[in-house]
Design a protein around this ligand. Structure first.
Ligand code: PLP
Length: 365
């Protein structure tokens, strides 16, 4: 039987998400060791040590199903954010919440609005339910919020905004955001994906949580993957009105967040030392990379996240692989000749710069 005939057209034509190359794969393919991966905006300092200790202590309980409601994690997060627990939902990474939002609120044939160079998952998830994506051109590296509001049509259900945006690293300001909110129709969901929230240090950065008034269809997404270094266990969270959270809970898998993720996240949440060291490493790393990229004459987008979009030149990704360095090529995001480079530890950043310098010298020779 030709299975493809049974697959809806929108699934057949879907190009799956391409994750960054795993280190193990690179080392197998190139027989190199001591490789570094500065490609997926992970935490270069590793997981929160408090999370490691809590997860290790919880291993003997792995025969039990997790708490489907994430009771303790929800309780602590609600206290920390000073909100009612009915406004919180946890997911298998914030990616799962993106998917749940689309499944809960969108019908086949309806559309989402995104920035042309926004995080790729939004359009993939919309396509997976037979939805359409209206991709709005950027203003330079930034979202054009005015144009995005104007692009909303009668069948648009959701606008996705990642702030900072992956892969450009840029943010929109409070003024742009407030004007946008005024322009968005009341029946359109606005999802603000703040995966890099904790890295932003800018007075003009709007915290979307502060705009949740219970009336707007507004969802804030955050994650433990970046700041807490827990990308491997998969845990993110969403904050919205109790009604919106209730709708999402209806389609949530009963045990969507595994027990190690819950225990690790709960410990990491209060690991201020690890959070502070991560932020400090990022501040210093971004400053170092900018300085060195300027020295090498390489262009990059201004970034408020833990990565930089750099014009490294076509073919650079491939040429760095035998050096044991994985960056992320950005052709797929509409940036030919660019790569996204995550901030690493100081030695990792230095190794990337040294490899780029060598490559540029060879190119010039
Ligand atoms: C903007 C954005 N949102 C969400 C995610 C996924 O986060 P999680 O690991 O919580 O699924 C990423 C990961 O790179 C991201 O860049």
């Amino acid at each position: 039987m030709d299975i493809s005939q049974l697959v809806p057209e929108w699934i057949r034509t879907l190009t799956p998400y391409q994750p960054g190359k795993p280190i193990e794969e690179l080392e197998r393919e190139y027989s190199v060791h001591n490789s570094i991966k500065i490609a997926s905006n992970e935490n270069p300092l590793g997981p929160s040590p408090k999370a490691i200790a809590a997860i290790t202590a919880a291993l003997p309980q792995l025969h039990l199903y997790p708490d489907g409601d994430c009771f303790y994690l929800k309780q602590r997060m609600a206290e920390k954010l000073d909100i009612d627990r009915s406004r919180l939902i946890f997911g298998n990474g914030s990616n799962e919440l993106i998917e749940m939002i689309v499944r809960a609120f969108m019908r086949t044939g309806e559309s989402i609005v995104v920035g042309e160079h926004a995080f790729a998952i939004y359009r993939l998830v919309a396509q997976a339910v037979g939805g359409r994506t209206i991709a709005v051109p950027h203003k330079g590296f930034q979202f054009d919020l005015e144009a995005m509001a104007k692009a909303i049509t009668a069948n648009t259900r959701i606008v996705f905004l990642d702030n900072p945006n992956n892969p450009t690293g840029t943010i929109y300001t409070r003024n742009e955001w407030e004007a946008f909110l005024k322009a968005v129709p009341a029946n359109v969901f606005v999802v603000v994906d703040e995966a890099y929230f904790e890295f932003v240090d800018d007075r003009d950065y709007p915290n979307s949580l502060a705009y949740q008034d219970g009336k707007r269809l507004l969802v804030t997404l955050r994650t433990f993957s970046k700041i807490c270094g827990l990308a491997g266990v998969r845990v993110g969270y969403g904050i919205s009105s109790p009604e919106i959270i209730d709708a999402l809970n209806r389609i949530r898998q009963p045990f969507n967040v595994n027990s190690l993720a819950q225990i690790g996240a709960l410990a990491a949440l209060d690991d201020n030392d690890h959070i502070w060291r991560t932020q400090e490493n990022n501040r210093q790393g971004i400053a170092y990379l900018r300085r060195e990229l300027d020295r090498l004459g390489l262009e990059y987008a201004p970034s408020w996240g833990n990565f930089l979009l750099v014009k490294v030149g076509a073919g650079t990704y491939q040429r760095l692989l035998p050096e044991g360095i994985i960056i992320r090529p950005m052709e797929g995001y509409g940036f030919p000749g660019y790569a996204r480079v995550s901030v690493g530890t100081s030695p990792e950043n230095e190794r990337f710069i040294a490899a780029m310098e060598k490559l540029l010298k060879n190119r010039g020779a």
